[in-house]
Write a protein that binds this ligand. Structure first.
Ligand SMILES: Cc1cc2nc3c(=O)[nH]c(=O)nc-3n(C[C@H](O)[C@H](O)[C@H](O)COP(=O)(O)OP(=O)(O)OC[C@H]3O[C@@H](n4cnc5c(N)ncnc54)[C@H](O)[C@@H]3O)c2cc1C
Length: 386
């Protein structure tokens, strides 16, 4: 018998398990994937995400893997070219883009060090119910049989197609149509110029230096404003990279794509109800949004922290636990709605619309910093007292 079972062991699940185990809970953490492993996602982490890692004592471990901190940002849209230092946040000098097989493994190891029991290659097939309340999970074993593990709380951190959410019949509170698709690949031979964005009508490109001297370059295409007539995805990807910036096109001529092109068309936008009797959801399972603002990892850290903090009480006190989880689920919708709406606005890729305002203000360092802070999700500093 465990206190909590966490299903899914990446940014949301491993951190939730780590924080609960650090608080003295007996935690079982399961994932159907082998670890370390990659997942289909680029991996830019904003300053607030790195600040979480710093608070949890994991940032130095991540930086020691050789992932560069991106201390400059530039954004080009039509005639607007904004560039400047990345905004800092406490000890964090900029964002960074760690490979998921490295980041997620650091998080899982931290959960295990804190005392969580971790089982990779373990697929949750069903929920175990008692008197209408979730009381555990059913997972498959290597021998093809099924096994029940019991806990008074099952936490679904199992991504946007969450099995826990489906089995618990967690309703969608809000859904919007999918707006973009993303193609990305890794490149060698590009100098580290920090985080760069190039936006055109209906498409956007980013350059994010990562481990091993590589740069991950995604292209996001609007589903409506940028019809992909050409079924040759590699050609479409390279063609769009060339169109977004002459400067980038020149640099890519001397660079080399390393490995395959990754293509993702599965980019839904929604909030689910994040709590019910005996279960809770965190990370993409609770709330998924278009990846164009690269907020999913940072938000998963924040939500894991909110969920673990909300459970600061004896689990046997069902009334208090129920109220705490109801408050967590409400706060999740309240706190993440503004960034959700901002993300949907950006994902419509109507990039010309703001280019006049950006061009008019591109030489104003205060304006540029405000833009970069907004993108990173760093709150504006309070005005100095007179
Ligand atoms: C193309 C693309 C690019 C992106 N780029 C960025 C970016 O640059 N920056 C950023 O912050 N975010 C980005 N995101 C979003 C980011 O990937 C997610 O928000 C983030 O991975 C959510 O973490 P999670 O832990 O909630 O879920 P996931 O990372 O999806 O992890 C869920 C885990 O649950 C496991 N699981 C699922 N079902 C079961 C089951 N039945 N039993 C056991 N285990 C199960 C899976 O194996 C998986 O390991 C991108 C997303 C996409 C699609």
């Amino acid at each position: 018998m465990y206190d909590m079972i966490v299903v899914g062991a990446r940014c949301a699940g491993a951190v939730t398990a780590m924080l609960l185990a650090r608080a003295g809970r007996k935690v079982l953490l399961l994932d159907r994937a082998p670890f370390p492993s990659d997942t289909v996602s680029t991996h830019y982490v904003h300053q607030p995400g790195l600040a979480h890692l710093h608070r949890w004592g994991l940032l130095d471990e991540l930086l020691a893997t050789g992932c560069p901190t991106l201390t400059r940002v530039s954004l080009s849209v039509s005639d607007a070219h904004l560039t400047g230092p990345a905004p800092s946040l406490g000890a964090v000098a900029g964002g960074c883009a760690p490979r998921r097989h490295i980041l997620d493994h650091i998080l899982v190891r931290a959960a295990v060090r804190a005392g969580a029991e971790f089982r990779p290659r373990t697929t949750v097939l069903d929920l175990h119910w008692q008197d209408g309340v979730v009381a555990g999970i059913v997972h498959g074993t290597r021998h093809g049989t099924q096994h029940v593990e019991r806990a008074p709380l099952v936490i679904g951190a199992d991504g946007r197609h969450s099995t826990v959410a489906r089995l618990a019949r967690a309703p969608y509170l809000h859904q919007d149509p999918e707006l973009t698709r993303t193609y990305y690949a890794y490149w060698s031979g590009l100098a580290n110029q920090g985080l760069r964005f190039y936006l055109t009508r209906g498409a956007g490109t980013a350059c994010m230096p990562t481990h091993d001297g590589l740069t991950v370059i995604p292209v996001a295409f609007s589903r409506t404003g940028h019809p992909i007539a050409n079924s040759d995805r590699q050609r479409t990807y390279l063609g769009t990279l060339g169109q977004t910036s002459l400067d980038l096109e020149r640099q890519l001529a001397d660079a080399r794509q390393e490995g395959p092109l990754f293509c993702c068309s599965d980019q839904p936008n929604f909030f689910r109800r994040a709590h019910g009797p005996g279960w809770a959801l965190v990370g993409d399972a609770a709330h998924t949004k278009d990846p164009c603002w690269a907020r999913g990892i940072t938000d998963a850290f924040t939500q894991a922290s909110m969920l673990a903090d909300s459970l600061d009480m004896p689990l046997a006190d069902h009334r208090r636990v129920g109220k705490a989880l109801t408050d967590y689920a409400r706060r999740l919708v309240h706190d993440f709605t503004p960034a959700y709406e901002g993300t949907l606005f950006a994902a419509r890729m109507d990039n010309d619309r703001r280019s006049r305002e950006l061009a008019d203000n591109q030489h104003d360092p205060a304006y540029v910093q405000r833009c970069f802070r907004g993108f990173a999700g760093i709150p504006e500093p309070a005005p100095a007292q007179a």
